[in-house]
Design a protein around this ligand. Structure first.
Ligand SMILES: NC(=O)c1ccc[n+]([C@@H]2O[C@H](COP(=O)([O-])OP(=O)(O)OC[C@H]3O[C@@H](n4cnc5c(N)ncnc54)[C@H](OP(=O)(O)O)[C@@H]3O)[C@@H](O)[C@H]2O)c1
Length: 282
C-alpha cells in the first residue's frame, strides 16, 4: 500500500485522484479547508470499503498556521509519503489578505506548496520512488512575477494573481533539486489544460456563466484529466524535475524555468517566511 498526500483532495482533480487511488488500494490523506467536502470524501471512501485508508485533514492552507498544522497532522498519520499532489486553489476576484499579511492567491497557490513540499521531504525520502506532482500551469497562459510587488498591492486582478502563482510554482519546481541536492524525490510540474471543475465557482456570475459554457465545449472531464497524473505518480520521469502540458513534455527553458530566478524566488520566500537561517544551511 502506497501513501499519497493530496492538497485540494476533496474536489475537482484532487478528489478524482483521491478516489482513483483509494479504489485501487492506496492510502490517501486529503488536505482541504472545507469540512463538508471532507465528510463527503470520507463517506464515498466508506462506500468503497476504503474508510480505513482515507484520511481528511482540515486545514486552511492560505495561512501559515494552517500549513504547519497540516504538516503536523500528516506526521501523526504516516512517516512515509510516496506521492504528494498539489491541487488546492481558490480563485479570488478581489484582493484579499491572509492573517499573515500575504495576498491570498500567493499564499494558497504558491506559499503552501513551498512549505508543504519542503516540509514533507523527510517523509518522501523514506518512500521507494517518491514524487511531487504540482498541478499548476507550466507552459500555459503567460504570467509575470511582480518582484517589486509580489503581494500585488497595486493593480490587483484575480487572473494576474493566478498567473503569478503559476510562474512561482514553475520556479519552485526548478529550484527543488538545488534546495535538496541528492534527494530521490522527483518533481513534476503539471498543466492539466482546461478541466471541468468547480474552479469557476468564485467568479462574478457573468464570468462564471461564460467560463462554465466554455467548459462544456472545450474542457476535459476530471475522469479524463486524471490518468496521465496517475501515470506520473506511478512512474515518475527519470529527471529530477520535469514539466508537462497534459501528456506533452515541456522543455525547461526560458524565463519561466530560469535557475537564477528560481534561486531569487527561494531567497525572497525564505525571507518572507523568516526562515533565512535554516535555508542558508542548504
Ligand atoms: N480546472 C482547470 O481547468 C485547471 C487548469 C489548470 C490548472 N489547474 C490547477 O489544478 C489544480 C486543481 O484544480 P481544480 O480545478 O481541480 O480545483 P477545484 O475543483 O477548485 O478544487 C480546489 C480544492 O482546493 C481546496 N481549497 C480551496 N481553498 C483552500 C484552502 N484555503 N485551504 C485548503 N484547501 C483549499 C478545495 O476544498 P475546500 O474549498 O473545501 O477547502 C478543493 O478541494 C489547481 O492547482 C489549479 O490551479 C486547474
Amino acid at each position: 500500500m502506497r501513501t499519497f498526500v493530496i492538497t485540494g483532495g476533496t474536489d475537482g482533480m484532487g478528489k478524482g485522484l483521491a478516489l482513483r487511488l483509494l479504489g485501487r488500494g492506496d492510502r490517501v490523506i486529503a488536505v482541504a479547508d472545507g469540512a463538508p467536502k471532507g465528510r463527503l470524501l470520507l463517506a464515498e471512501a466508506e462506500r468503497m470499503a476504503a474508510a480505513d485508508r482515507a484520511v481528511f485533514v482540515r486545514a486552511d492552507l492560505s495561512t501559515l498556521a494552517g500549513m504547519r498544522a497540516a504538516l503536523a497532522e500528516i506526521a501523526t498519520v504516516t512517516d512515509s509519503v510516496d506521492g504528494l499532489v498539489f491541487g488546492a486553489q481558490r480563485f479570488r476576484p478581489r484582493r484579499e489578505e491572509t492573517e499573515d499579511g500575504f495576498e491570498f492567491t500567493f499564499a494558497l497557490g504558491y506559499l503552501s506548496r513551498y512549505v508543504l513540499g519542503h516540509g514533507l521531504v523527510p517523509a518522501l525520502e523514506r518512500a521507494e520512488a517518491p514524487v511531487i506532482v504540482n498541478i499548476a500551469g507550466p507552459g500555459g497562459l503567460p504570467g509575470v512575477v511582480y518582484w517589486d510587488d509580489l503581494q500585488l498591492r497595486e493593480g490587483y486582478r484575480g487572473r494576474r494573481a493566478a498567473m503569478q502563482s503559476s510562474r512561482c510554482n514553475d520556479l519552485l519546481g526548478v529550484d527543488f533539486p538545488r534546495r535538496h541536492p541528492g534527494a530521490r524525490t522527483h518533481y513534476v510540474l503539471y498543466n492539466p489544460g482546461f478541466v471541468r471543475t468547480g474552479m469557476a465557482d468564485p467568479l462574478p456570475w457573468h464570468q462564471r456563466l461564460l467560463t462554465k459554457s466554455l467548459a462544456t465545449v472545450f474542457a476535459q472531464s476530471v475522469d479524463k484529466a486524471i490518468p496521465p497524473i496517475i501515470r506520473l505518480l506511478d512512474r515518475p520521469p527519470a529527471e529530477p524535475v520535469t514539466a508537462f502540458m497534459r501528456g506533452r513534455p515541456l522543455p525547461l527553458e526560458g524565463e519561466d524555468f530560469d535557475p537564477g530566478r528560481a534561486r531569487r524566488l527561494r531567497e525572497v520566500t525564505s525571507r518572507l517566511l523568516g526562515t533565512e537561517a535554516a535555508e542558508a544551511r542548504h
